[in-house]
Structure formats: structure tokens, C-alpha cells
Design a protein around this ligand. Structure first.
Ligand code: GLA
Length: 747
């Protein structure tokens, strides 16, 4: 069960996966399964090959039924695919062992039969013990022994698929189903483990080769390292490999840790001579190792409502333990030396400047924190984590707690990452008798979870919809807005993402702006009645230019587009389209181009390393900071690798996002594949991002006058945190494919 729009976006992800390493191999001789007979309903007699389905409708296999003119039906439906299985498939196969029936993905559960014989099942139906479990992200590839009597060679066969759609879209989708014969080669899969960064600009990637079949496979692994700038081979290595049945082996491969390095892994199987290839841009580090001396990394302003509870963790990196000295802390607030935490009650309206001195044995950092007590929250864009891009609807209390622990233990909190936001999937199917919302069995103690987060200086975020149900089919807030807001306050919630979803059914046919605004106004007023500060995140995908009216809803952020996925197409489409909304962003109200797609993502149980290249990830983080976008990490925090941590812990890059002025960058140059974005900063300097949207390296010579800068006294590369030139009128650079150069210019 998932929102329909996600599925469309994920289709791209699937294509990319096919092109690179998640490929499901398909042998030369395949028979495509394009058409089927189709009926909604359920009768196990429909599995039988002899059943007469002449009166059934026709359906294309590979697209959800809603996209083919069928109604938005949820429940059981059957596909009956008629196919002649030619014996030539078997004859031409080298291994000759098994027939593969590849059905791509199924929304949401399937049980598949060949001529009445059950050959596989993925997911579980509502009637099954344990209840309904959607497995739409899993690829269905069912194997039948070549000598199985169920296969009728050279005759009509019926592959019957009993599908259950639990919500959203339904059917066989996200790929073209086929049948073919398996080769031993198909049992081989590779997986890369996280890169280890070694001294002397070296790095190591381990490649895990697995033989998933019950037969021995041998072949050759060819590893090649190419310098993308001059296309020269830097090194090559060949290794002979034999994998016994159901075994795996790991190979550690080293390469230079530099920008512009491509890695190619090729496995050629001996019997068929077939080759599988994975290629990737090698991860490389740009953020220098942090200083051991204390450095303050937090935003310089904090917005609170007078009288609200305050929890504010001082974000500082360096060698712990620290000693803090705070001066001018307003009355009502106290400081916990041990935790570096300001807590208490927000002072009466006014601006308070707190002097902060942080020291350790190696040095001292000084900062001024301006506490602005008044009407506005989120004076800089919220930073934190959200469960959606990794856990999807499988989020649980344990996953949230371990994400919070990772936020602390991996030092992200020292850079200002503080919100821990539960997205969809926490709600119980029914409310209490009195109408109160309750969490499902995955969240046994919401109030306890809130306290757990607060004790560590983290903030607690939650998710709902103004409709009857959320996008994932969970309980929404319709007609219970006041009650839900009260419950959130009781649980200690600091952030609400309010997602339109099924509310569109409530206003179907009403195209007025007011109809779109109404649910957000209602919840705005209910949140305002709570005695705590709750950041309000409007999620309605940019309908009716929400950036023009999000502030009237007291929105602190508003999504400007549909959901993001971890592909260049998605990142490019969303990030670079933020061109007409800059004027509306600023302290307390931010354009939200959706969450970060770095690290291990997957919207459910099967997580994968983001499909973005390292260049694209630098672009992602740079562009989001230039856009003053909310920064919400969307990955499995326990599996954060050193590359991703390095990407997320650059104090100078984050400082662009958290700059007190809160001006969103504007695109001042858009020439062929180069875009130059400029963001004014509170100290009078400017950030410049030069982005290369081309598929190859591009050289660029930026005349600073073109971006309204007469002269730069200092040009600083913020990723590398070093000054690269002085007193200049131009910047000359060479930018990697889909990459960026990010500078801070002091005039
Ligand atoms: C919508 C939102 C996503 C996520 C899901 C949850 O698609 O845009 O960010 O919250 O709903 O179902």
C-alpha cells in the first residue's frame, strides 16, 4: 500500500537499477508476457489452466490497472496470462535447469500458478495468519524446474496471478514480465559494501559476490579504475573466481580517493561467457577533518513563543568534553553543562542575546545566540531526520530510537541536526472510544518516545493528514483536528507534517483556493491553542502555489513539488525548478523541495545505497543549502557510511542553509548545461553555486560582474573549506558531470 504518485516516481528508479547493478538478467531468448485476461474478484478455480476466461477483459501486463482505464479498485483481482513456452528455450540454454517466470513488481501481494500449480507467493493477504503485508517493492522472479510436469512445452500454458491490492494502485507493474531459461550466471549477484577511506588519499571498496544457486559457478572478475578527466586507465586487476553452491566471497579492491575516479567491476561466467558489469563513480571526501578545537555550528537565531517549553542543544564539534560558559541567559531558562542543553520556559516577548563560550583543552569558541521570543518559529530551516525515504510504512519505535541514537553518536547533532520525525505508518486503525488518536502496536509509548528524544536535546516530529486517511492508508485527522493537536501536545510533539492525501476527496470538484487552504487553517488554529511550539509543515505538493499563502497558514515550511526519489531525474526536476518561489522564503517560512535522498534509502524494508553518484550528492546538498531548504536526512541512520557523514557534516556548507538572513538563492545564469545560483548572506558575503547539468565534465569561466559582484576579495571553496583566490573578477572551474562548485565570496 503506497501513494500512487510514489509508484510513478519509483519507476525511474527501477529503470536506473536495471541499467546498473540491481539488474535482473534476462537471457537472449525470452518470451515477453505482454497481455493477460483480467478479472476483479477472487476464486481459486481461476488458477486452473482449463478455466474458460474468454469473457474476461484484456489487460496489459506491466502497468497498474488504474493506468489502463480500470477503476481505482482495491482488493483481489486475477491475471491469466496465456503463453506458448517453446522447447527451443530449453534447447538453447547452456545450463538447462530451470524456467524463470519474471513478473517485475506486484501491487501489493501475489500468489502465482503455472497451469494450476502454485509456483510462488510474495507478501501476505489479509486472511493469512499475521494479516496483510504489502511487498510491492520486491521483484517477483519465480523458478520452475525444466523437468516439472507443470510446464507444457510448445503448448498453451496459463500463468495465473492472484493479486491483492491493499490501497493506492494495483496490479503487475514497474517492468516488462517475461519467461526464459535460467543460466548459472543468473545466480550471481554483486553487492558493494561501504567504502573505507584509507590514509594517503586511498580508498577501498569490498565487493561481495554471491552465488544464489545450488550449483558451482566459475568465472573471472575484472576490476578497472578509470580517470574520468583523461579517460585513462589508472589500474586493472583480474581474479579467477569459483563459487561453490550457495556461497559468497568478498574481494577488497583499492583505488585513489579523488574526484573523477570511475570504478568498473565485471564478472564473466566461464560456461556462457556472459558478463555482468557494475560501474560507479568512486566516493571521495571533500569536507576536511574537523578541528579538535571547539567550533560552534548552530544557527545564530532561535525563535520561540513566549511561555513555551524550550529545549535547545548547543551544536558544537571538537574534542569532547566541553566546558560551556553562558551569559545573559533569559530568566526561566537553565543550562545543563553535562548535556550542553538549554531548557526551561521561553521568556516574554523580546530579543535576548546569550553569550556562549565553549572550551576544551585545545581552545575556545565564542558565539552569540539570539533568542527571539515572539510569534515566529523556525527562524532558520529545520534540520533533522524523517523516516519516510528509508522505512516507508515499516517505521517503528525501535527504528526511531536507533535513528535518534545514531544522530547523537555519529556526531550529527553537533552540526545542528535535531528533529527526529516519524512519517506515515504510526497510527492505529481505529481511534479510542472518545475519538482520541492512538498509535499502532509498533509504537507502544508515544509520550515515552517524546521524552526519550527531549532528554537528548532532540525534537520530536509526527505526521498526519487532514483527510480520513493518510497517503499510506492510515488514520487521518478529519473531524478530530482539535483532539489530535491536544494529543500531540501531550506526547511532546515539536513538529507536524500535515499531508493532504485523501483530503482531496473531500473537496473534489471545488477548485477554489479556499478549499485548499481550509484544512490547513483548521489545524493551524488548533496548533496555536497548544502550550508548546509545534513547527507546521504543509505537505500538499505545491498545489495552487502554496509558497504564496503558506505563511498565512502559519506554515513554517511547505512542500513545493511531488515526492522525491533517489535518481538524477528526480533531483534535477525538483531542485532546479525552484526558480519562481525565492521571494516567499525567509525566516519562519521555507520552500520545501522534499527530503534528502542520501545514504541507504528504500521506502520500506529493502534498502539500497542511494542511486545518486557522489557528484550528484554534492549537488543535492549544495543546492538544498543554497535554497534555504529544510534539511531532513531520509536514510537508515544506523548504516550511515563515512562518505555520507562527511557530506552531512560540513559546517561551512550547512552555514549557508542556516544563515540568519534566510534568503533563498536565485538562479542568475542558465546557459546550456550550466546554472549559476547566488545566495546573499547575513555578513554581506554571497554564496555562489555553479552547477553542471551535463553528463560530462564542463569547464566554466564565470565573470563575477554577471552575477552582480564587481570584485571578490576572497573566493572560498566551502566544501574544501579553503580560500582559492583573492582579489579577482572571475572564477574559472571545471565541474564534474551533474556536479557543483560551491563558493563563498567576500567582496
Ligand atoms: C506523501 C508525502 C510523502 C510521505 C508519504 C507518506 O506521498 O508526499 O512525503 O509523507 O505521503 O504516505
Amino acid at each position: 500500500m503506497k501513494p500512487f504518485k510514489i509508484v510513478k516516481a519509483l519507476f525511474f528508479l527501477f529503470l536506473i537499477g536495471q541499467a546498473s547493478f540491481k539488474a535482473v538478467a534476462q537471457n537472449g531468448n525470452a518470451v515477453y508476457l505482454k497481455e493477460a485476461k483480467f478479472s476483479i474478484g477472487n476464486d481459486n478455480a481461476w488458477a486452473d489452466s482449463a478455466f474458460n476466461d474468454l469473457n474476461w477483459k484484456n489487460i496489459k501486463v506491466g502497468d497498474v490497472w488504474q493506468e489502463q482505464g480500470y477503476p481505482d479498485y482495491h482488493g483481489f483481482a486475477w491475471y491469466r496470462i496465456h503463453v506458448i513456452i517453446p522447447s527451443s528455450l530449453k534447447k538453447q540454454s547452456v545450463w538447462g535447469d530451470s524456467l524463470r517466470i519474471f513478473l517485475a513488481h506486484v501491487n501489493d501481494v501475489d500468489e502465482t500458478y503455472l497451469n494450476g500449480k502454485k509456483i510462488g507467493k510474495t507478501g501476505s493477504y489479509p486472511q493469512d495468519a499475521g494479516g496483510y503485508v504489502s511487498k510491492w517493492p520486491a521483484i517477483r522472479s519465480y523458478h520452475v524446474a525444466a523437468n516439472d510436469q507443470a510446464i507444457k512445452w510448445d503448448q498453451d500454458n496459463v500463468i495465473a496471478v492472484k493479486v491483492y491490492d491493499g490501497g493506492g494502485s494495483g496490479g503487475i507493474f514497474m517492468g516488462q514480465p517475461y519467461i526464459d531459461m535460467l543460466e548459472k550466471f543468473d545466480g550471481i549477484s554483486f553487492e558493494q559494501t561501504a567504502v573505507k577511506f584509507l590514509p594517503k588519499q586511498q580508498a577501498e571498496r569490498s565487493l561481495n559476490l554471491e552465488n544464489k544457486f545450488n550449483t558451482t559457478v566459475s568465472g573471472k572478475l575484472h576490476f578497472k579504475v578509470i580517470n574520468e578527466l583523461n579517460k585513462k586507465t589508472v589500474l586493472e586487476k583480474n581474479t579467477n573466481i569459483t563459487l561453490t553452491p550457495l556461497s559468497h566471497k568478498t574481494y577488497a579492491l583499492q583505488f585513489p580517493q579523488l574526484e573523477g575516479i570511475r570504478l568498473i567491476y565485471e564478472f564473466t561466467e566461464n560456461e556462457t561467457g556472459k558478463t555482468k558489469t557494475i560501474t560507479e563513480i568512486a566516493p571521495y571526501l571533500l569536507t576536511p577533518a574537523p578541528s579538535q578545537k571547539p567550533e560552534f555550528n548552530g544557527a545564530s537565531v532561535l525563535g520561540v513563543h513566549p511561555g513555551s517549553p524550550v529545549i535547545y542543544k548547543i551544536a558544537a564539534s571538537g574534542k569532547k568534553p566541553f566546558k560551556y560558559r553562558l551569559q545573559n541567559l533569559p530568566k526561566g531558562l537553565a543550562f545543563d553543562q553535562e548535556k550542553g542543553l538549554i531548557t526551561g520556559v521561553a521568556p516574554q516577548q523580546g530579543e535576548y542575546h546569550v553569550n556562549i563560550v565553549i572550551s576544551n583543552k585545545l581552545g575556545t569558541a565564542k558565539a552569540i545566540l539570539k533568542i527571539k521570543s515572539g510569534k515566529q518559529l523556525a527562524l532558520t530551516p529545520p534540520m533533522g531526520w524523517n523516516s519516510w525515504n528509508c522505512w516507508g510504512l515499516t517505521v517503528s519505535d525501535a527504528k526511531v530510537r536507533s535513528s535518534a541514537n545514531a544522530m547523537i553518536n555519529k556526531g550529527l547533532v553537533d552540526y545542528g541536526w535535531t528533529y527526529i520525525n516519524i512519517d506515515d505508518g504510526w497510527q492505529a486503525p481505529v481511534r479510542e472510544k472518545n475519538g482520541d488518536i492512538v498509535a499502532n502496536e509498533k509504537f507502544p509509548d508515544m509520550k515515552g518516545l517524546g521524552s526519550f528524544l527531549h532528554q537528548q536535546g532532540l525534537k520530536f516530529g509526527i505526521y498526519s493528514s487532514p483527510g480520513t486517511t493518510t497517503c499510506g492508508g492510515y488514520m487521518g485527522s478529519l473531524n478530530h483536528e482539535a483532539q489530535d493537536a491536544t494529543t500531540y501536545n501531550y506526547w511532546g510533539v515539536d513538529y507536524l507534517k500535515y499531508d493532504l492525501c485523501s483530503y482531496s476527496n473531500q473537496i473534489a470538484g471545488d477548485t477554489s483556493l479556499l478549499a485548499q487552504q481550509k484544512p490547513y487553517m483548521l489545524m493551524r488554529d488548533k496548533l496555536a491553542q497548544q502550550p508548546r511550539d509545534i513547527i507546521y509543515s504543509l505537505c500538499q505538493y505545491g498545489i495552487k502555489d502554496v509558497w504564496k499563502w503558506g505563511r498565512q497558514m502559519n506554515g513554517n515550511l511547505w512542500r513545493t513539488t511531488e515526492d522525491i526519489t533517489d535518481t538524477w531525474q528526480s533531483l534535477r526536476g525538483i531542485g532546479f525548478s525552484q526558480i519562481n518561489n525565492a521571494a516567499y522564503a525567509g525566516p519562519s517560512g521555507w520552500n520545501d523541495p522534499d527530503m534528502l535522498i542520501v545514504g541507504q534509502v528504500g521506502w520500506g524494508e529493502n534498502l539500497h545505497q542511494t542511486h545518486l553518484t557522489p557528484y550528484e550528492q554534492y549537488t543535492h546538498m549544495s543546492l538544498w543549502c543554497m535554497l534555504s531548504a529544510p534539511l531532513l536526512i531520509g536514510c537508515d541512520m544506523d548504516k550511515l557510511d563515512d562518505f555520507t557523514l562527511n557530506l552531512l557534516k560540513n559546517r561551512e556548507v550547512i552555514a549557508l542553509d542556516q544563515d540568519e538572513l534566510g534568503k533563498q538563492a536565485e538562479r542568475l545564469i542558465n546557459e546550456k548545461n550550466i546554472q549559476v545560483w547566488v545566495k546573499p548572506l547575513s555578513d554581506g558575503s554571497k554564496a555562489i553555486g555553479i552547477f553542471n547539468l551535463a553528463d560530462d565534465y564542463s569547464g566554466y569561466n564565470l565573470d563575477l560582474e554577471k552575477v552582480k559582484i564587481n570584485k571578490a576579495s576572497i573566493v572560498r571553496d566551502v566544501w574544501q573549506q579553503k580560500n582559492i583566490s583573492k582579489n579577482t573578477k572571475r572564477i574559472v572551474c571545471n565541474i564534474p558531470p551533474h556536479g557543483v562548485r560551491l563558493y563563498r565570496i567576500t567582496s
